[in-house]
Design a protein around this ligand. Sequence first.
Ligand code: GLU
Length: 499
Amino acid sequence: MMARIRVRYAPSPTGYLHAGGARSCLFNWLFARHHGGTFILRIEDTDRTRFYKSSLSDIVESLRWLGLDWDEGPEVGGPCGPYFQSERLPLYQKYARELIASGHAYRCYCSAERLKSLREGQRAATPAQNTDAASSHIGYDRHCRELTASQRAELESSGIVPVVRLKVPLDGQTAFHDLIRGRIAIQNEQMDDFVLLKSDGFPTYHLANVVDDHAMEISHIMRADEWIPSTPRHVIMYNAFGWTPPLYAHLPVILSPTGQGKMSKRKLVGTDGREYNVRIREFRSAGYLPEALFNFLALVGWSYDDKTEMLTREQAVEAFDLDHVSRSPAKFSYDKLDWMNGMYIRQLEVNDLAGRLHPFFNAAGVDIDMETVQRMTPLIRERMVKLTDCVALTDFFFVDELHYDPQLLIQKGMTSDQSRRVLSESEALLRETEFVEAALEPPLRAKAEELGLKARQFFGTLRIAITGREVAPPLFGTMEILGREKVLARIATARALLQ
Ligand code: GLU
């Protein structure tokens, strides 16, 4: 039987939320929701040198935008708070003392200079061709591990503030079972006595992470596989405390679209110059829908079945399981994301979509009221990939003057005389026709026939005259929005161009 499911996403606010972080968060969220468990957001902000405030608000905003709500954490509180590690220092200090008392940790008084020269010496002694870090014995030499009480007292009295290090077993191995990868083991001699508590009283990631996962009763840890090397260290700590470790599931690495290993946390540029968004805020401002990104990220390393791509949040929650999380590196296909985004755009109600487009018009400096956006939306949504596309797809509505090659007014198989007639007859007709989509179409079609022209030719000429483009949104709806005055003026201009 499964114990109470409690999972967490534990970002360090050292940068903006990126796709990899969001994917880890999403898997934890799906797992919690699937099992009716609890999803916790914990901020691992003990590295004060790398902390920055805008990163924290970015993480919170981006998660909310994606719809990844948390049951415990910042802004919502909960029984295991505070959820900021920087507010939990006494707890870590207490546990560090406990490990010292039980003989599992010790105070280390080595100076920064000593550690530096130790590292340099080790590096120099490591043969260049030896890339196996394990056999190169880089790490702390355990100088303070066996100090006597009087040696310690002497060092204390000289005013040195020690750090606390874990006594890693000198031999044997530490193993854990990963729910995705199976058994993972490491020789203890490959790990050094790493620091738990720094001299300023702040814990390292290892101490704070283990203490909090225990204190918050985390049942499963799902995190990126770059954390695998940390896990045996954590298991040693759990054993030292006499606690049962949570279950581990390390998520597959996400491959870079540029084909150079792992996806980075910063904007990527391919060899062809194509730019790839990586941060959630970039996807957002580029006009991706949160629904699409959610669906897409759910499938980065997890599969619903072997064919389904479009799935609702409910379907994903219903189906999510670790059995279908892959062990092999996951692709992040930007083309698929674009396709999916277009699909989601077309699934939205017109007014919903219009409401999401409006800010993008404003951001591009297009002064447009909501009602007009609502009228334009059905005309452009078929051709949209991203919300930002609305600006380019509609720019001809707003310009005073269209720029196009007048030759385009003479469609294939037409003479310039015929084109002139299309324009002049349409002009006459449009002076008296009611300017609504449904009323515009029949008389214009009849006119095309009367002139013995194909619809493609007749409307091709009109489309160029009215929009300046060969490919444009549906013509009658476009004319209705432009209004009689503008349409007639553009036709008049086109006639002049043909003279
Ligand atoms: N603070 C770590 C991070 O930034 C958490 C890793 C973990 O989930 O244990 O990813």
